[in-house]
Each structure stands twice: as C-alpha cells, then as structure tokens.
Design a protein around this ligand. Structure first.
Ligand code: DSN
Length: 410
C-alpha cells in the first residue's frame, strides 16, 4: 500500500515540505537539492539490509550487492578527491569528525579548531560538544581587522598549546582556506592535521577551492552541501591511517552501515565526476560573487570583505536590524536564510548581528547572475522595510515569480 493510504499525516507533511521547497528561495549555505536519482537510491530496498563490516568482510550473509555498492562508492570518491583511502560509512558530519579524532588521538588530548562564533563548527571543540567534553579544546580565531585567519597567530598559539590535532575547515568562513599553511604549522608543532571540508567539498572536488587531501592526515566531509548528495558523510585519509579510521568507524562508533545512503552517495559521486558538475560549481561561485557586488552596492558590510566561496556573511549592524529579525522578516516572504554571529559579535548567538547567505541551492534550480541581482534587491527591500506589509507582499510575489520560473522536482 502506498504511503498516502497507510499514513496520511506523514504523507501530507511530505507534500507540504515539497511545496515549501518549490515555492521558497533557499539561501541556507549548507542546504541543497539532491537529484531524483539520489532520492531514488536513498529510498530503495538497500535500507533493509544489515551489512556490518566492510566489502567482502561482512558479519551478515546476503551482502553481495552491498559489496558492489560500497566498492563503487569508494572507487568514485577516491577518483573524485584523489585520496589514498576512503571510508564511506559515516552517518553524518559529527560522527565522522568523532571517528577522525579518535583515529589519531586519545581522550584528553588537545584539539585546536576555529571558534564557532568565528565561523567554526560545534564539533571543532565547542564546549557543548563531545569534542570539548572528551578532548581539551583550544580555539583559534579570525583577525579582528581582516576577519580572516592570521596564520602567524595560529602558529604562535599552536606552539604554545602543543595540540595533538589541528582542525582546519569551517561552516561560516567565506574566504579560501590555506590547507598548505595548516600543514606547515602542524609539522612544526608535531600535530596531526584534520581538514573538515563539509561546506566546500563540491568546490574542492572540481578544483575551484584548494584541496586539503595532499596536506591533511584525515579529511572529513558531509555529502549534502555543495556536493549535493544525500545527508551523510565520508572520511578520507592517507593509507597509513586506513586501518585506524576503518576500525574507529566500525566497530568503534557505528553498527550497521546505512547501505541505502551509501548507494545514494555512490550516485552523488558519479554526478560529481561529470563535466556538468564543474559548471554547476563555477556558477555557485559566480552567483556568490554577484550577491557580494550587489549587496555592497546596497550598502551592506560583508564579513572579510566578501567571498571566495559559496557563502557570504552579512553584517547587519549598519542596517539597524539583528540577524534574528532579518531571518524572521525574510522568512515571511519565503526567503530562507539563517541568522549567524559575525566575528567578535556583540550580540548573543540566538540574536546574532548577521545572516549567512549561500548559493548552492538556488544555483541547482538554474538561477544565474540576473536572478541574483533580483534576489538582492528583494532582500534589501525586506531588510529596510521589515514591518511594511505592502512591501512584504510585493516581495513575496516577486519570490513566487522567481520560483515559478525555476521549477523544482518536476
Ligand atoms: N549545520 C551546518 C551548517 O549549517 O553549516 C553545519 O553542520
């Protein structure tokens, strides 16, 4: 029986979410729309199977097609990123980072990552996360003037703290990350280098952002952001870490791998190896640059002066509106963004002084530079008139028109 007949409540919620995704403008930098092929693999019978272990070394019978799928996912990921070894089983970004840390360090060792309010991630040592409860966490920050990482300051801190692991990578850092410099510092202080490229994986895969693969002991990434795959993660590493990474993922942290998601990851890597994917990534960057130029034209201050990637951080203080208020006002007209702290933010994270804007999802819909210009105009109208119902209605109509012209999942 179909879902509609068995469970009308869940069916309706899925229908409503499809409607929401079709009819709103998705500017959350970490979101994207996977292809129908990926959704099909993800929703397949592969999800019925236990396959603990690794290809040809399983703890369950009947795994011949599981092996095929996992081997294809591994082969494609290796080709895509040029890594020596890959584990495609991690369920998501945080467990992938957990497995990566425990592959190289012990409880109580020091890890050093970018502070959350400066663009880092919870799992890079934030006090509330396992990464600070089970390790000693030290943070580096961005420079207060340039708002980018000062590698000399990072070097000094590393020399002072002697971390076991330095984590490169971020979730709200608009500029290029210099993984070669991280490696240089790691070598000087005898630390391991783990790069988390969750946000920029698509750009890295096609060579539009420097790759950490030659410079890091381990590279983790989620697969659903710029990479446009299923909601999941992988861990890449040098051959010498292959055994410890594999053992830490299973049986260290996970039980049965989610084989349906591994199948969907394999499809994602196949798509990412196509020439069209490179064009897509280039358009993500062109769209982000267009937003940078337009927002500056409307008098917005951008953290770090702009972007080299798929995302921008907008400091709203000169517009006399907080991140929370802007997120809510934009939400009313079906523009989805997230409030975000800016470096050295005077506001609490729940309020925040900025918003984060990303272009992967709107680029998937086929939108290009002219649409980015329209979007910036509409965003500016909302931010400068957040309580004017007439303006909001006009903007909402503009968004509807845009969405209708770039249909999703038809
Ligand atoms: N929550 C993700 C983001 O929005 O960047 C990172 O895990």
């Amino acid at each position: 029986m179909a879902l509609k007949e068995i469970d009308s409540e869940i069916y309706k919620a899925i229908e409503s979410e499809t409607f929401r995704q079709r009819n709103s403008l998705e500017l959350i930098a970490s979101e994207n729309f996977s292809s129908k092929a990926i959704l099909e693999a993800q929703g397949s019978v592969m999800q019925n199977k236990y396959a603990e272990g690794y290809p040809h070394k399983r703890y369950y019978g009947g795994c011949e097609f599981m092996d095929k799928v996992e081997e294809l996912a591994m082969k494609r990921a290796k080709k895509l990123f040029g890594c020596e070894h890959v584990n495609v089983q991690p369920l998501s970004g945080v467990p992938a980072n957990m497995a990566a840390y425990f592959s190289l360090a012990e409880f109580g060792d020091t890890i050093m990552g970018l502070e959350l309010s400066h663009g880092g991630h919870l799992s890079h040592g934030h006090w509330i996360s396992f990464s600070a409860k089970w390790f000693k966490s030290v943070h580096y920050q961005v420079d207060s003037k340039t708002e980018v990482i000062d590698y000399e300051v990072l070097r000094k801190l590393a020399k002072q703290e002697h971390p076991k692991i330095i984590v490169s990578g971020a979730s709200a850092y608009p500029r290029t990350l210099h993984f070669d410099k991280f490696k240089e510092i790691c070598d000087e202080v005898d630390a391991y280098h783990i790069a988390d490229i969750s946000h920029i994986a698509g750009l890295v895969a096609v060579g539009l952002h420097p790759s950490p693969v030659p410079y890091a002991d381990i590279v983790t990434t989620t697969t659903h952001k710029t990479l446009r795959g299923p909601r999941s993660a992988i861990i890449m590493c040098k051959e010498k870490w292959a055994k410890s990474v594999d053992r830490m993922v299973f049986p260290g942290i996970h039980g049965g791998p989610h084989m349906h998601t591994i199948a969907a990851k394999a499809v994602c890597f196949k798509e990412a190896l196509s020439p069209e994917f490179k064009l897509y990534q280039r358009q993500i960057l062109n769209n982000a640059k267009t937003i940078e130029m337009e927002l500056k034209r409307y008098g917005y201050r951008l953290v770090a002066g702009g972007t080299d990637t798929h995302l921008l951080l907008v400091d709203l203080r000169n517009k006399k509106i907080t991140g929370k208020e802007a997120e809510e006002a934009l939400g009313k007209v079906s523009i989805t963004v997230n409030r975000n702290t800016i470096p050295y933010d005077p506001q609490k994270p729940f309020i925040a002084s900025g918003i984060r804007i990303g272009t992967p999802a709107v680029t998937t819909r086929g939108m290009k530079e002219p649409e980015m210009k329209k979007i910036c105009k509409l965003i500016d109208e909302v931010i400068t008139h957040p309580d004017d119902e007439k303006v909001l209605e006009k903007v909402k109509n503009g968004i509807k028109e845009l969405c209708d012209s770039f249909p999703l999942y038809v």
